[in-house]
Design a protein around this ligand. Structure first.
Ligand SMILES: NC(=O)c1ccc[n+]([C@@H]2O[C@H](COP(=O)([O-])OP(=O)(O)OC[C@H]3O[C@@H](n4cnc5c(N)ncnc54)[C@H](OP(=O)(O)O)[C@@H]3O)[C@@H](O)[C@H]2O)c1
Length: 324
């Protein structure tokens, strides 16, 4: 008899309410795949873009790219993993569920000393923070950086990694509670979104920052450009406030020979070496206690809709987890 398990399924694009629970058949792992029993699934902003149809996904749709769990079955040809082993991933599919299939090459072994929750919380936002500061723009000690949404999932990790690097970190947040969290993570200056470019000029003797990491998008894009030093780089990595509309390249000329890039995690996990480098450094830092992964909220799997609503309403801090 086919086994079934609980999963979140959206039948059509829409608001958070389209995220409903359903019993779905538990799949067998195919060649090169693993089946895991999900311990915790990470909620990420991208899943709100997928749910609403901003990013194209096939419906019915089960969201989720991130999870930690224990392997319950391995497919043909898998030699690096065994049943019973703890793994995590940032590149899964349909992880808002009690069981999920992974391609074995995307599975990250979870070291002792890293909890299931930290292992679910770190891969996607952590490897994003890692590639942003190491590979998209290699931040050097002493440089000044502006990063938006400093109390968010990516934001809190970015601040800590940037301080570890020896950078000066300016960040934006929307409330005093979020400001306190960003400061505790190490931010040197916590700003409000209004008048950010003017505040940045004041704090940098009129020079501007070397790089801006902007995951807020539509509402912050202009202020981010206006905060850069001559030849500075704007790294636009998301659109929590909406997507940035097409813009005039002459703006880069006028701003002082600026650079803009729009990266995504998949392009910075091109092979096993990149995956191992990024996840290895992050898990080691967590196990050593030098990187704090703040779990801002845990929701029962069935309350995925509430998690999405809270994330989009800017009510959350740090990482959101779904617990099956
Ligand atoms: N390109 C990539 O590889 C990649 C990978 C991971 C994540 N991302 C992007 O990184 C960004 C952050 O992701 P996350 O999962 O860590 O989320 P998050 O930062 O925890 O949540 C988004 C935050 O954005 C801020 N925000 C500002 N304006 C907003 C608005 N109008 N609506 C909602 N939020 C607004 C809020 O903080 P305040 O209340 O403090 O303003 C909110 O808490 C997202 O844009 C996501 O798509 C990109």
């Amino acid at each position: 008899m086919t086994q079934h398990h609980l999963a979140i399924v959206a039948d059509a694009p829409g608001g958070p309410e389209v995220l409903q629970t359903a019993q779905v058949p538990t799949p067998e792992p195919g060649p090169g795949q693993l089946l895991i029993k999900v311990a915790a699934a990470g909620v990420n902003f991208i899943e709100t873009y997928e749910r609403t149809g901003i990013y194209n996904v096939p419906f019915p749709f089960t969201p989720g790219a991130e999870a930690s769990g224990t392997i319950t079955a391995v497919g043909e040809g898998v030699v690096d993993f065994a049943v019973g082993q703890r793994v995590a991933t940032a590149e899964g599919r349909a992880t808002y569920a009690e069981y999920a299939l992974l391609d074995a090459h995307t599975a990250l072994p979870v070291p002792d000393g890293v909890s299931d929750e930290a292992a679910a919380a770190l891969p996607l936002q952590g490897m994003t923070a890692h590639y942003l500061i190491n590979s998209t723009y290699r931040v050097a000690p002493g440089q000044t950086v502006l990063t938006h949404a400093g109390a968010g999932g990516v934001g809190l990790l970015l601040i800590q990694l940037l301080k570890e690097r020896g950078a000066r970190v300016l960040t934006t947040v929307s409330s005093p509670e979020k400001a306190a969290l960003a400061r505790a993570a190490g931010a040197d200056e916590v700003l409000s979104y209004d008048g950010v470019a003017e505040a940045v000029r004041e704090l940098t003797d009129g020079t501007g920052v070397d790089v801006v990491y902007d995951g807020v998008g539509k509402d912050t894009f202009e202020g981010s450009l206006a905060s850069l030093r001559t030849r500075g780089m704007l790294v636009l990595f998301g659109g929590a406030s909406g997507q940035v509309p097409p813009f005039d390249l002459q703006r880069l000329n006028a701003g002082g020979s600026l650079f803009v890039t729009r990266p995504k995690l998949r392009d910075y996990l091109l092979n096993a070496t990149e995956r191992r480098w990024r996840s290895g450094e992050l898990f080691a830092a967590v196990a050593a206690g030098t990187l704090d992964v703040r779990i801002g909220a845990r929701y029962p799997l069935a309350e995925a809709a509430t998690a999405h609503a809270d994330l989009q309403a800017r009510k959350t801090t740090g990482k959101l987890l779904l617990i099956p």
